[in-house]
Design a protein around this ligand. Structure first.
Ligand SMILES: Cc1ncc(COP(=O)(O)O)c(C=O)c1O
Length: 338
């Protein structure tokens, strides 16, 4: 293993000892093997390549204050992957197998879990795809499930930093009855181009509205939307075409635990200025405060210009505190790998 400078880790792929790989054939999953090489050979007619039968998940493992390593809510990712598998006619990965795969691969790469105190974590990336050959548009008869891991650094080196977001009305992310609610690979391919446009205009994140009316807030490209109202409520969007974020569910529970009322309901875009704080939430960053949102040349202020408001800060610190074993894990979210 090469020496890692834990303090300069970003969010980038790094080779580790191994990944774990399973194959589904004739209605059965293999036992799963740890594979050292990050390369694999794949059939040229695999359905993942031609027809997008491919889905992924993202979760993290943390080195806690007590030295143990735990995964954060892996069953939730397992259930979401199963939902994506059903929607895309892929073989389902049973929840137990999914959690066991994550534990086995993290255990085999413990040296790569950033030490407690560095603010880093191990990013865990499960991937399921059609590896069987098919030339007509049809589901594959063979699937591969693998889990790779890579160490990542803290997103915020010194405190939470606000970003600016943009609505690009010329693009939609997901149709009302489409696949926005599942984590199918194609959802991300189509988001790359709008993301480049947003970046070129100086906005690190883009916010999508509903595809039918362009009236209701949906979500950011890779994270859910949440707002804290001026009277202290946690509000997040209800829609059948957004990805059910596990971080969002976690934050909602922490909000309730702290006496903050939670509303999951349609949010009209005009409502953005009613919020005292707005954030994007997801596994990679937990929360990203959003200070303003631009739409069609108008800038809407949505939170403090820099840093972060008090409610988001409290929620962020609580999630991280639980993940690193500094605060009691009253909901049993941490799953130890050893
Ligand atoms: C479209 C989208 N929304 C939301 C999220 C956040 O979900 P989670 O909190 O489970 O990481 C993600 C990341 O997986 C995403 O890709």
């Amino acid at each position: 293993m090469k020496k890692i400078d834990w303090n300069s880790l970003g969010f980038a792929y790094m080779d580790t000892n191994c990944h774990i790989r399973y194959v589904w054939k004739n209605g059965q999953w293999s036992a799963g093997e740890l594979v050292a090489s990050p390369q694999m050979s794949i059939h040229i007619a695999a359905t993942a390549l031609h027809y997008g039968q491919s889905a992924f998940e993202g979760l993290k493992a943390f080195r806690r204050k007590d030295g143990k390593v735990s995964l954060f809510r892996p069953e939730e990712n397992a259930k979401r992957l199963a939902m994506t598998a059903r929607r895309t006619c892929m073989a389902e990965v049973p929840v137990d197998m999914f959690v066991d795969a994550c534990k086995r691969v993290v255990r085999a790469n413990l040296d790569y879990v950033p030490p407690y105190g560095t603010g880093g974590s191990m990013y865990v990336r499960p991937l399921l795809f059609g590896s069987g050959a098919q030339i007509g548009v049809a589901a594959a008869d063979e699937y591969t499930f693998l889990v790779l891991v890579t160490p990542v650094g803290p997103y915020y080196k010194g405190g939470l930093q606000a970003v600016k977001a943009i609505v690009l009305d010329q693009y939609d992310r997901a149709a009302p009855l489409g696949t926005g609610h599942v984590k199918v690979a194609g959802n991300y391919a189509v988001s790359l181009y709008p993301h480049l446009e947003a970046k070129a205009a100086g906005y690190p994140v883009e916010l999508y509205l509903d595809a039918k009316e362009h009236k209701w807030i949906e979500e950011f490209a890779t994270s859910n939307f949440l707002g804290i109202t001026k009277d202290g409520k946690y509000v997040t969007a209800k829609s059948g075409s957004i990805l059910p974020s596990i971080t969002n569910l976690t934050l909602q529970q922490i909000a309730r635990d702290n006496g903050i009322p939670v509303e999951v309901r349609p949010i009209a875009f005009e409502e953005v200025t009613e919020f005292a704080e707005v954030a994007a939430c997801g596994t990679a960053v937990v929360v990203t405060p959003v200070s303003e949102i631009e739409r069609a040349g108008t800038v809407y202020k949505t939170g403090p210009a820099t840093g972060c408001g008090p409610v988001l800060e409290k929620l962020y610190k609580t999630v991280q505190g639980i993940q690193y074993g500094e605060l009691p894990d009253t909901h049993g979210w941490n799953v130890e790998v050893e």
